[in-house]
Design a protein around this ligand. Structure first.
Ligand SMILES: [Zn+2]
Length: 289
């Protein structure tokens, strides 16, 4: 969206990013003071500010962050971009946050713009394959995948006869990307989260009086040719090592996965999904002439 409409019109707020940034700010004396000044003026909730901060700093323990605290942090981010259309990514994240999000626009006194829920439906097999194939750079933590999201440079380990990815970031000096612990379990390791996301979406879509958009990032194989071009489809890569020339041959073809009903589908790149979002927004906001 930002690529289409420009940075000056659209603001992207990711709740996950906010929490990581706040964690860093809390460890920096000057930034901590700024943050605490804001929180002291704006936070209101059942749990003390101090306890909320402690639960953020120790969040490895999977402790839930109090909703009122997250809301204050989102409000702080929104205060920085008053003139923009906002995408708040990763909120609501818990069932109790749905009611808050209904009145969020009024709570933060954010002009009178339309607010819309946007959910993205991704088949479990797609999430599973992406998780199982995921590798990360040990230096910059950028996630990639050998078959579904490779880097520019591929390496071949002659001892283990395995291909591997080399981080694109020049600062990482050709670091070899590695699998993350737990990812080989694939989707089962995030089953609880997925179940909760399913409940969240059901609940949000049962709401009255607020517009909703459901996006899919897939298209059934049997109708794909009518609507999309090859370059919009996520490809699956395969590799061969030619021992004579010592070169790696890269092959790609459209990746076919299955949706939750077992139907064959293609997974789409982000741009056609965003186009779908824009079309639905135009209809919802009655912008058509
Ligand atoms: Zn890296």
């Amino acid at each position: 969206m930002i690529e289409i409409f420009g940075q000056d019109k659209i603001g992207h707020i990711s709740v996950g990013d906010i929490i990581r940034t706040v964690h860093r700010d809390l460890l920096d004396k000057k930034r901590k003071k700024e943050l605490m000044d804001y929180l002291n003026r704006n936070y209101r909730g059942y749990i003390s500010l101090e306890e909320s901060i402690n639960s953020l700093l120790s969040r490895e323990a999977k402790m839930l962050l109090p909703t009122e605290f997250i809301l204050t942090l989102i409000k702080r981010e929104i205060d920085k971009m008053p003139e923009k259309t906002l995408f708040i990514d990763g909120f609501p994240r818990e069932l109790d946050q749905i009611s808050y999000s209904l009145f969020f626009r009024d709570l933060i006194n954010f002009r009178g713009d339309s607010d819309i829920f946007v959910a993205i439906d991704i088949p479990e097999s797609v999430i599973d394959a992406r998780m199982k194939g995921r590798v990360v750079c040990p230096k910059c933590q950028t996630p990639r995948g050998l078959e579904l999201l490779p880097t520019k440079e591929i390496g071949y380990d002659e001892k283990t006869k395995e291909f591997y990815l080399i981080c694109d970031n020049p600062e990482c000096q050709d670091a070899r990307m590695v699998a993350k612990e737990g990812d080989n379990m694939g989707i089962e390791s995030v089953r609880e989260r997925l179940n909760l996301d399913g409940q969240l979406i059901d609940k949000v879509f049962s709401l009255h009086g607020i517009p909703k958009i459901l996006l899919r990032n897939t298209i059934p194989v049997k109708i794909a040719r009518k609507y999309i071009d090859d370059y919009e489809i996520t490809p699956k890569y395969s590799y061969q090592f030619d021992s004579k020339t010592e070169k790696i041959k890269v092959d790609q073809k459209p990746w076919i996965a299955k949706d939750d009903e077992g139907q064959e589908i293609y997974s789409l790149f982000a741009p056609p999904v965003v186009v779908g979002l824009v079309k639905q927004l135009v209809d919802l906001l009655k912008l058509k002439k």
